[in-house]
Write a protein that binds this ligand. Structure first.
Ligand code: GLA
Length: 386
């Protein structure tokens, strides 16, 4: 990969780069739509991600090429805070947040070439991967010695306050703190976390991309967030809790009428999903593959019926997979409404996986007229120099 990065960097900038970086995408094993409800999540950075080559400049300019988006360098000043609605907003946002945090002006820019093995707009968090990439670059170039965790927090702040997407902490955390062969069990309320071995031995995890064009994801996402806020306010008429995940099902029952059907279902998902994360951790530690599969499938059902964030594309894939004994379980991952699913196969034989996926592909095409793609994956290193 480095050779390719170097070659392309030279093609665009006529000089050799000095540093190379990788920043992974993320999947979440389980614990969906609860990182903004104080719940437990179980993500990791994947082996698909963004690769970059970089050379410092002596002036204050940033020149950037993203293989997928532009053929001529986009040029702006490192202190530029004007949004343009493209991927450079993530770059400007992170630089602004770090500069404000340290009360420091940056005056030397860089040339940057970016390419990616992450499928575009697939819900595997390419935006968080880019934010973490930039935060690491600034940290290294200016020798700021900011901790990995603080880079995660700065990246999330940039997304929320500059790009104006009201995301939780999960994506940036997964990408900025990932470790090879581990999954991260993260308490999003306290930010306590620990690594759990993620070695599947006889099983294989794949990512399946619906390739559904992204539409309305942000507005639907914000709608769910505000539904949760409304529900919390109702529950707190008789309680005083910080978040929905601190409630149990018995407490919820008492509010069934007052919440109404929709808000009740949203809370039901949140509370049961949080419990599934703990069960998943136990099953992973015991290498109980059957249980892991069942929990994935139960999570999807809850996201479909109670939280209503799956949609025909993801449901078609997961329902099709359900009929194969070799598939232990599957579920959507990330925000939903398209994007990607994950599936756990009870085999390491890639030919067997291909056979199943060929049939699932056909069923999916029949229903949606779209082609799905899939990738075998495992957990990778966090963002950093390579
Ligand atoms: C998106 C957000 C995350 C999280 C997931 C759903 O990926 O960025 O913070 O809320 O959706 O679990």
């Amino acid at each position: 990969m480095k050779e390719l990065l170097k070659e392309n960097f030279i093609k665009y900038f006529k000089k050799e780069p000095s540093y190379y970086y990788f920043s992974p995408g993320r999947v979440n094993l389980i614990g969906e739509h609860i990182d903004y409800n104080g719940g437990m999540v179980f993500p990791f950075g994947v082996t698909l991600g963004i690769y970059a080559a970089l050379l410092e400049r002596c002036d204050n300019k940033i020149r950037v090429i993203s293989e997928k988006f532009n053929e001529e360098p986009i040029i702006f000043r490192i202190s530029d805070e004007k949004k343009t609605g493209d991927f450079t907003d993530y770059i400007k946002g992170v630089i602004k947040i770090i500069s404000e945090k340290l009360n420091k002006k940056f005056n030397k820019g860089f040339d940057l070439y970016i390419t990616s093995t992450l499928p575009a707009a697939s819900g595997l968090s390419s935006s968080a991967a880019l934010e973490l990439l930039i935060s690491h670059i600034i940290n290294d170039l200016y020798d700021l010695k900011i901790s990995d965790l603080d880079l995660v927090l700065a990246s999330q702040k940039a997304e929320r306050e500059f790009v104006l997407v009201n995301c939780g902490i999960m994506d940036q955390f997964a990408i900025g703190m990932s470790e090879e062969d581990k999954a991260i069990l993260l308490n999003t309320n306290t930010l306590e976390y620990h690594y759990v071995d993620f070695n599947l031995d006889n099983a294989t995890l794949i990512i399946i991309n619906t390739n559904k064009p992204r539409a309305l994801v942000e507005s639907k996402y914000n709608e769910r967030r505000s539904e949760c806020e409304k529900a919390l306010a109702i529950l707190n008429k008789k309680h005083d809790k910080d978040n929905l995940c601190s409630f149990n099902l018995d407490e919820l029952e008492g509010f069934k009428d007052e919440l109404g059907e929709v808000l009740y279902k949203r809370c039901h998902h949140v509370i049961t999903e949080n419990a599934r994360v703990y069960e998943f951790k136990e099953a992973l530690e015991k290498h109980d593959l059957l249980k892991l599969g069942k929990l994935l499938t139960a999570s999807h059902k809850s996201l479909k019926e109670d939280y209503e964030v799956t949609g025909i594309n993801l449901d078609t894939i997961c329902e099709a997979l359900d009929s194969y004994p070799i598939v232990l379980g599957s579920r959507m991952t990330g925000a939903g409404f398209g994007g990607c699913a994950i599936a756990l196969f009870n085999t390491t034989d890639l030919n067997k996986i291909d056979e199943v996926m060929k049939e699932v592909k056909e069923k999916y095409k029949e229903v949606t007229n779209l082609e799905l793609s899939y990738y075998v994956t495992k957990s990778s290193k966090r963002t950093g120099r390579i």
